[in-house]
Design a protein around this ligand. Structure first.
Ligand code: GLV
Ligand code: MN
Ligand code: MN
Length: 410
């Protein structure tokens, strides 16, 4: 099979990224397609149409993941690629979408060249990767690999109070296919880096070897509401203060643990949230990540001890609820090495990397050899409408994906 000169159509990839980004556009270059909303449905419908136009057979599974299948010359285990098209509420246009549309682009390229791979190819789109509306993140791929029972997934409640199973049915993506639909021979996901390394180092491709561990929890603080003018400081049980103390403690924790430890309080809600009322209740979210499992556990333990002390000092009740917990993942060395080899063969500078963000590929890694291809994010900006990757880098990543798939499927 003569494949060396094959390249994806960068102009079509760019045009499709723009067309998908128009669904749920926020007017500032960004997108809001929270999982299982009407915007997500419209995005899914468009991607399904593109899959069918590429000749792919589309099937939707019970958790709303959908897949485009291209037969191989043999009925062997398929090679899978894909990502997600849901976004955070202040998302950019590349996070997830690049991996999906580049997978379809790879199929178009093979169609145009009249080439059929030995193994089938599958382009997958996974439900609720972001976790911004339903926890945990990477929920669809987690269910896909059998690590989250379907009924448990259906029962998850969104930040706007809806059951996941109901929302899936409402948008028409509670499919018939079983979660075990395809057991891949290998899986490769293309994604923007979402961090500053490739951009700063001037490299085009990252061959991702591991993903850091993720710990998400919600902390609820119950204090006492009272008058902001009349209540002496020593008599307060101020949930707002406790939320602020958690925020500053997280910064201290990250500094003290050092290394790769990152800590974020991304959401704060106060009640009643008024200028002259001491907050009775606060809800905050805490995101802890580390490349080392032992270090991540230490961060969790230190944070838990801090909460016990804070509750005692302030006379408040503090409860925590686990939203997500994933250990660090080491990808398949063979697939990561193949990505690096393909990148250099195509003339792109490449470096081995660790992913700071969570990805569906880390779930697929539980059932088949898996690794990821990264392309640069300008200034490392992501989960932000300003998220940007140059057209050249988008095309380079898609070409590396295409040729990696070709080798895996040969
Ligand atoms: C998913 O985007 C995550 O890493 O939070
Ligand atoms: Mn993503
Ligand atoms: Mn994301």
């Amino acid at each position: 099979m003569k494949t060396e000169g094959l390249r994806i159509d960068g102009a079509r990839l760019l045009a499709r990224l723009a067309e998908l980004a128009a669904i749920g556009q926020t007017g500032d270059g960004g997108c809001c397609r929270l999982a299982l909303t009407d915007e997500d449905r419209a995005g899914r419908d468009l991607v399904c149409r593109w899959m069918r136009e590429a000749g792919l057979e589309v099937r939707i599974d019970a958790i709303g993941n959908f897949f485009g299948y291209r037969p191989g010359t043999e009925d062997a285990a398929p090679v899978m690629t894909g990502s997600h098209i849901d976004t955070v509420a202040t998302g950019g246009r590349y996070d997830g979408c690049l991996g999906v549309l580049a997978g379809i682009e790879a199929v178009h390229t093979l169609n145009a060249a009249g080439l059929r791979t030995r193994r089938p190819l599958v382009v997958g789109v996974f439900t609720n990767e972001e976790g911004a509306r339903f926890a945990p993140d990477m929920l669809g791929s987690l269910a896909y690999v059998g690590a989250l029972p379907l009924e448990e997934a259906y029962a998850r409640v969104s930040i706007d109070g809806k059951r996941l199973g109901d929302e899936l049915a409402r948008i028409g993506y509670r499919g018939e296919a079983p979660l075990t639909l395809y057991r891949p021979h290998a899986h490769v996901e293309l994604h923007i880096e979402q961090g500053p390394v490739l951009d700063a180092e001037g490299d085009t491709i990252g061959a991702v070897e591991k993903v850091q561990g993720i710990s998400w929890q919600e902390v609820s603080i119950a204090g006492e509401s009272n008058h902001a003018g009349t209540t002496p400081m020593r008599l307060r049980h101020d949930a707002g203060y406790c939320a602020a103390a958690i925020g500053t403690f997280l910064r201290t924790l990250a500094r003290e643990l050092g290394g790769d430890q990152v800590c974020t309080m991304g959401s704060v809600t106060l009640h009643p949230n008024l200028i002259n009322v001491i907050a009775a209740r606060a809800n905050v979210t805490v995101d802890l990540r580390n490349t080392g499992e032992a270090a991540l556990q230490e961060a969790e333990q230190r944070f838990a001890a801090f909460l016990v002390q804070l509750a005692r000092d302030e006379g408040v009740a503090i409860e925590t609820r686990r939203l997500a917990r994933f250990e660090p993942v080491i990808f398949d060395a063979g697939v990561a090495t193949l990505i690096a080899r393909v990148a250099s063969r195509l003339g792109h500078s490449c470096r081995p990397m660790t992913s700071g963000a969570g990805h569906d590929a880390q779930m697929l890694a539980r059932i088949c050899p898996t690794a990821m291809v990264f392309v640069p994010s300008v200034k490392g900006i992501s989960h932000n409408p300003a998220e940007h990757t140059s057209p050249e880098h988008l095309a380079a990543g898609a070409d590396v994906l295409l040729h990696t798939l070709l080798e895996l499927a040969a």
